[in-house]
Design a protein around this ligand. Sequence first.
Ligand code: HEM
Ligand code: HEM
Length: 273
Amino acid sequence: MEAFRWFVAALCAAALAGLVSIIFVLVWVLHYREGLAWDGGSAEFNWHPVLMVIGFIFLQGIAIIIYRLPWTWQCSKLTMKFIHAGLNLLAFILAVVSLVAVFDYHNAASIPNMYSLHSWLGLVAVILYCLQLVLGVGMYLIPITPVSWRAAFMPLHVYGGLLLFASVIAVALMGITEKLIFAQKYSSSPPEAIFVNVLGLLLVVFGALILWIATRTSWKRPSDQILHTLHTNGDCEDNSKVGPAMSQLSDGTDAGTFGDVRKRNNKLDDQDN
Ligand code: HEM
Ligand code: HEM
C-alpha cells in the first residue's frame, strides 16, 4: 500500500500545482492585464497564455498520466485510450484557438508574426503534437494496425509525448518572460513580476511531478491480461472488483512497486497496446 500512498501524494501535488497555475494565469490577465475579450486588442492576446496553460499544459499533463490512475484500471484499455486521446485532442484544439488569438492580435495591431524563439519553438511543438495525435490514433485506435507495429512504436510514442510536454513548459516560460518584459518595459513593477514568476515556478513544479509520475515503471497500468486474471473484466462497471486487483498489485515485497505482478506484466505489455 506504501507505493499507492506515494502515488496519491504525487498526484495530489501535481493536481494542486496545475490548478493553482490556472488560477494564477487567470488572475494575471484579469487583475494585472486587460482582461479577456475577442476584439483584436490586448484582451484578445490574453487568451493565448490562458488557453496554453489550461489546455496545452494542464490537460496534456492529465492526459499523460491518465493510464496511471489505479481506480481506472477496472476500465477497459479501449475506454482509457479514448479518454487519453480525447484529452490530448482537446488540449490541441485549445492550443490552436490560443494561436489564432495571438496571430489575430498581431495582425490587427500590425505587429510582425513569428519573430521570437518562443514563437518558433512554440509552433514546432504544436505541429509535432498534431503529428503525435495523428500517429497515436493511427497506431492505437485503428483496429487493423498490426500488434507488432503498435509495440515497436510505443517507445517512440512515450518518448515523443514526454519530450513534447517538457518542451511546451519551456516554451511557456519563454513566453511568460517575453510578455513580462514587453509589459513592464524594463521598469520595475515587483508585484506583477513576482506574481508571474511564481506562475513560472508552479508550471515547472507541475511539469516535474507529471514527468515523475509518468516515468515510474512501478506505477504503470498493469496489462489487461493481468487484470483479467484478477477480476472479471468490464467497462468501468463495478468498483468492488478493483479492491482485490489493487491489493494484489500492492502486496509485493518490493516497497517501491505495486507488486510482482509488474514483472509478469512486462512480458505481456506489448500485447495490449
Ligand atoms: C506568441 C506559441 C505560451 C506569450 C506566440 C507565437 C506562438 C506561440 C507560435 C507566435 C504568434 C505570432 O507570431 O503571431 C506558444 C506555445 C505556448 C505558448 C506553444 C505553450 C505553452 C505562452 C505563454 C505566454 C506567451 C504562457 C505568456 C504570456 C507570448 C507572446 C507572444 C507569443 C508575448 C508574442 C510575441 C512573440 O511572437 O514571441 N506564442 N506560446 N506564450 N506568445 Fe506564446
Ligand atoms: C501512452 C503521450 C496521443 C495511445 C502515452 C504516454 C505518453 C503519451 C507520455 C506514456 C504514458 C504512461 O506511460 O503511462 C501522448 C501525447 C499524445 C498522445 C502527448 C498527443 C499528442 C495518443 C493517441 C492515442 C494514444 C491519440 C490513441 C489511442 C496511447 C497508448 C499508450 C500511450 C495505447 C500506452 C498506455 C499504457 O500502456 O499504459 N501517450 N499520447 N496516445 N498512448 Fe499516448
